[in-house]
Design a protein around this ligand. Structure first.
Ligand SMILES: [Zn+2]
Length: 175
């Protein structure tokens, strides 16, 4: 049996969430928050027409609303099947999350690799370890199925071209 690393195993949980979104006809991003081997929460993108309902935001609402006792020392890891956007990455930086692990890069709107030079003092140092490309091909396959089947005009009319090219295998970093 294939040996999976702990990151690969946990990404499997995020991929399962992404598959649930796909079954509902929603852009298939899944996210999981973990402390070591413990899953603290899981979510997926839930509404095509709600641009705040990204998988990560749904997850953050579940884990970080109300009182919580997590600190960066807990080593919380966010697993997500797509590189976070500016909203989700910005929120991640505000939260006590120590690591970000994602499956597929978002060549159109991904923000994990942005530099924070010139940002306000609080954000000039980015205390988050980032690991990219974990189970990328499986995330990519879900996006390909979505693009083949969605009725959303944005995607059918070629929205986010660099992302679509990467999913179709014609973009950069095709593996
Ligand atoms: Zn987002």
């Amino acid at each position: 049996m294939e040996h999976l690393s702990s990151d690969e195993r946990m990404m499997g949980e995020a991929l399962a969430e992404a598959a649930s979104a796909l079954e509902a006809g929603v852009f298939p991003v899944g996210a999981v928050l973990a402390r070591g081997a413990q899953v603290l929460g899981r979510a997926h993108k839930s509404m095509a027409s709600n641009h705040l309902s990204h998988a990560e935001m749904n997850l953050f609402h579940r884990v970080f609303m109300g009182d919580y006792r997590f600190s960066r020392a807990d080593g919380l890891t966010l697993y997500t099947t797509l590189e976070p956007c500016v909203m989700c990455f910005g929120t991640l930086l505000h939260l006590p999350i120590a690591r970000l692990v994602y499956a597929m890069e978002d060549a159109y709107g991904g923000c994990a690799s942005v530099t924070l030079t010139g940002a306000p003092l609080r954000h000039q140092h980015r205390p988050v370890e980032i690991v990219a490309g974990v189970r990328r091909s499986e995330a990519k396959a879900l996006f390909a199925t979505f693009l083949d089947t969605t009725s959303e005009l944005f995607w059918r009319e070629g929205g986010a071209p660099p992302f679509q090219a990467a999913v179709r295998g014609t973009g950069r970093a095709d593996v």
